[in-house]
Design a protein around this ligand. Structure first.
Ligand SMILES: Cc1cc2nc3c(=O)[nH]c(=O)nc-3n(C[C@H](O)[C@H](O)[C@H](O)COP(=O)(O)OP(=O)(O)OC[C@H]3O[C@@H](n4cnc5c(N)ncnc54)[C@H](O)[C@@H]3O)c2cc1C
Length: 338
């Protein structure tokens, strides 16, 4: 059963050609998944699934072949993201590494780091976590206090990261630490590191969410030695690098598509015979309108990131206005609910 209509705007033929292939794969992979599993969407963590995605060349799709990538376009990759999210596939074991850790290493990593990590990520063998937030540094990321002090052979790290999704399941994190305290200039003196999460001096404590789930963690560093060759980019350039990384993180379709399976199940539950037509039309109106606009924004960003064009907010305004003026494609969306 198709669950979402993706013919709302035109992607290049090579990108669209992938769609059937991905759907066929997912239909087989997801046959045994219950709605509750599908609704976990990108929260679902399954190493074997990630390896099979890697075997098909659907991780590291845009990366150079010499690093295990497949040199495909950003929009081809987008189709794979859309289809896996819409199906509620368990992508979490490769998602962060594919989306941002790998691209960060491609951009700022050493040649040795690229050769060591990227092929394994592309094969779906390495899971990465994101070590940015701290107990007193959330939205104000530049105020991070976890200290990485230069010592012989590397950096000695002390401090705490929080909300670290999947740290307990991942091999590595890319973390932002303070290597130098520059008074009144909090954006300076920050650096990024590849952290082996099994290193001595690291303890990972679960944070259980309100639904009883465990994907958040607190990660404590106590005199943890991170070797010199795990510094990513330049010492002190962490702020520029981490904002680039956030660009990779925030441009994809997961922000709106990851709830799709949950919404579909909700509608199935509430839209029983008597209210069916009204409820469907209402839900369709909200979702087709909202998702369509978000998708166009997301596609625009990915296309621009893919072509390394500079993002100019003004350029997006006419695109958004055009979408909002357009009739929402209620009929098509609700047809896929059957
Ligand atoms: C599902 C999920 C997964 C996450 N995974 C990770 C992860 O893997 N790694 C990681 O590092 N982080 C992760 N985070 C953390 C996240 O990215 C943010 O850093 C964090 O949620 C925000 O920090 P905080 O909770 O301290 O909120 P605060 O920064 O304290 O913000 C609280 C509220 O105040 C508002 N606010 C803050 N500053 C201002 C201001 N100056 N003006 C007006 N309003 C303001 C905010 O908008 C917010 O509503 C995750 C978060 C979520 C929800």
């Amino acid at each position: 059963m198709a669950t979402f209509n993706f013919e709302l705007s035109t992607l290049p033929p090579e990108a669209e050609a992938l769609r059937d292939e991905v759907r066929t794969f997912l239909k087989q992979e997801m046959a045994q998944y219950r709605p509750a599993d599908r609704a976990r969407s990108w929260g679902g963590f399954n190493r074997d699934f990630s390896r099979r995605m890697g075997e098909r060349g659907w991780i590291g799709m845009t990366w150079p072949k010499k690093y295990g990538g497949h040199e495909r376009t950003a929009l081809e990759r987008y189709v794979v993201l859309e289809e896996t999210l819409a199906a509620g596939a368990p992508v979490s074991a490769h998602w962060v590494a594919d989306r941002q850790s790998g691209p960060l290493l491609l951009r700022f990593g050493t040649e040795e780091q690229r050769q060591r990590f990227l092929p394994r990520i592309a094969r779906g063998e390495l899971a990465f976590a994101i070590g940015m937030s701290e107990p007193d540094s959330g939205s104000d990321l530049a105020s991070v206090r976890t200290r990485a002090e230069k010592v012989a052979g590397g950096y000695k790290v002390n401090g705490t990261k929080i909300w670290t999704s999947n740290a307990h399941l991942s091999e590595y994190a890319i973390a932002l630490f303070r290597t130098k305290v520059v008074p009144d200039k909090k954006h300076e003196g920050l650096s990024q590191f590849l952290v082996d999460l099994k290193s001595p001096g690291i303890s990972i404590r679960p944070i259980i969410d309100l639904a009883g789930g465990h994907h958040f963690n607190e990660v404590h560093f106590q005199d943890c030695l991170v070797p010199d060759d795990m510094l990513v980019g330049k010492d002190g350039e962490g702020w520029k690098q981490v904002t680039t990384e956030l660009g990779f993180e925030r441009s994809g379709p997961e922000r709106y598509l990851s709830s799709l399976q949950l919404v579909i199940e909700l509608i199935r539950e509430v839209a029983r015979p008597l209210l069916e037509l009204v409820a469907r039309a209402r839900a369709g109106s909200l979702d087709a309108g909202g998702w369509k606009s978000l998708r166009m924004l997301s596609l625009e960003l990915v296309d621009r990131l893919g072509s390394h064009a500079r993002m100019e907010e003004d350029a997006l305004v006419p695109v958004v206005e055009e979408i909002l003026d357009d009739d929402t494609d209620l009929e098509i969306w609700t047809a896929h609910m059957n």
